[in-house]
Design a protein around this ligand. Structure first.
Ligand code: UT7
Length: 354
């Protein structure tokens, strides 16, 4: 079976910061509460659409892999906040980056979407269907924040991250094991209603078209499932907890990350955390965190990396990876979002009543 390996990585975090102090001005909350309960200090709010951020992240990942967009034969975008229902966000990204030889598909597994995309890419490569696959995680969750709902209103942010996955003959590197899980019976614990075919059936209540979450239940399930997924992929790869060089978990709450790391008996330096800067960017958290871990030289050749995530569905999953020999980008892209003069609070106020 052909093995798949990560050869490129990139991110796009929109430039406008929305701090906890900004939120204090429009919500009944405080920087102290948000930071203590979630680890978040600020998040980014996008002045462009999800596909714009995804396209920039994808171009950085493709350059890092030393490829041209025309080399890509499959493009997945993991997102629960696409620009439109039709076409897919992936098709819009394809046009924006000129990846005209690729198939395109969106994946919605909420915060676990990137793990699902990585698994699908690995499967296509193993089956010989694709050779060079881009997986993007991209979200514009600030579009669905309800400022009257302080439990969710403070948690989410916008951004995108991407990787390139390629076939490799090297038996010592690449994606070693994957796990995907879901329990649709827990749909109502984390949901945005009245956004799909439910839309025309009711009065268009803005409050019903925003993120609803039973935080404590989600928290409890996340710690259990992320810990189990990490253990399962390590076992499937013939590794144990001592072999883990870096855990890159979904960034939903620093207390969930700490509890997962504790279950796995990992030291803080074995866990990547950047939630303070970005909040929860759903499917984008892991590829953004991976890119920043590479930029900060937290990953060395041959390291064992574990990704774990948990989110709406409920969904969860994990991936065990042995990093290859290259830890620096082959080339750099100058792709960037257009500038904006607007502040975080201005962008928040200007959101359409979707
Ligand atoms: O990406 C995957 C999906 N998401 C997650 O994994 C998130 C999982 N859940 C969580 O991260 C946490 O449950 C939250 C951060 C959402 C909430 O933290 P918590 O420690 O579970 O707080 P709580 O919901 O139990 O609320 C505690 C108190 C309540 O006040 P009372 O009833 O004790 O007086 C809330 O009303 O904190 C209050 N509260 C706030 N206060 C200030 C809730 N939100 C806020 C807020 N600012 N933003």
């Amino acid at each position: 079976m052909t093995r798949a390996t990560i050869t490129g990585w990139g991110k796009c975090v929109p430039p406008v910061v929305l701090s906890n102090f900004d939120l204090e001005q429009v919500m009944d909350t405080s920087d102290e509460w948000i930071h203590t309960r979630s680890g978040i200090k600020e998040r980014r709010i996008s002045h462009v659409e999800t596909s714009d951020m995804a396209a920039v992240a994808a171009q950085h990942a493709i350059a890092a892999a030393g490829l041209d967009p025309l080399d890509i034969d499959m493009l997945f975008v993991a997102t629960c906040t696409p620009d439109r229902l039709i076409p897919s966000c992936a098709a819009m990204v394809q046009a924006k980056i000129g990846a005209h030889n690729a198939g395109t598909l969106d994946m919605n597994a909420a915060c676990t979407g990137f793990i699902y995309g990585l698994s699908a890419a690995t499967g296509l490569i193993a089956a010989g269907v694709a050779k060079k696959v881009v997986v993007v995680g991209a979200e514009k969750l600030t579009a669905f924040l309800n400022l009257d709902e302080r439990t969710t209103g403070v948690l989410f942010g916008d951004g995108a991250g991407a990787v390139v996955i390629e076939a490799t003959d090297d038996p010592d590197e690449g994606i070693l094991a994957m796990e995907l899980g879901s329990d649709g019976r827990m749909t109502e614990l984390l949901t945005v209603t009245h956004t799909g075919t439910e839309y025309p059936n009711d009065a268009l209540l803005y409050e019903e078209r925003t993120i609803y979450m039973q935080g404590r239940e989600i928290f409890r399930n996340a710690v259990v499932k992320m810990g189990e997924s990490a253990a399962n992929v390590l076992e499937a790869a013939g590794l144990n907890l001592d072999d883990v060089d870096l855990l890159i978990p979904h960034q939903a709450n620093v207390r969930i990350i700490d509890a997962t790391a504790k279950r796995m008996k990992l030291n803080p330096e074995q866990v990547y955390v950047n939630i303070a800067s970005y909040g929860n960017t759903s499917a984008a958290t892991i590829p953004i965190a991976l890119t920043e871990a590479m930029e900060e030289e937290r990953i060395s050749a041959g390291d064992v990396i574990v990704f774990v995530a948990f989110g709406g569905g409920l969904t969860w999953g994990g991936t065990a990876v042995r990093w290859g020999s290259r830890t620096t980008p082959i080339a750099h892209s100058d792709a960037a979002l257009p500038p904006t003069d607007r502040t975080g609070l201005e962008l928040l106020a200007a959101r359409p009543r979707i």
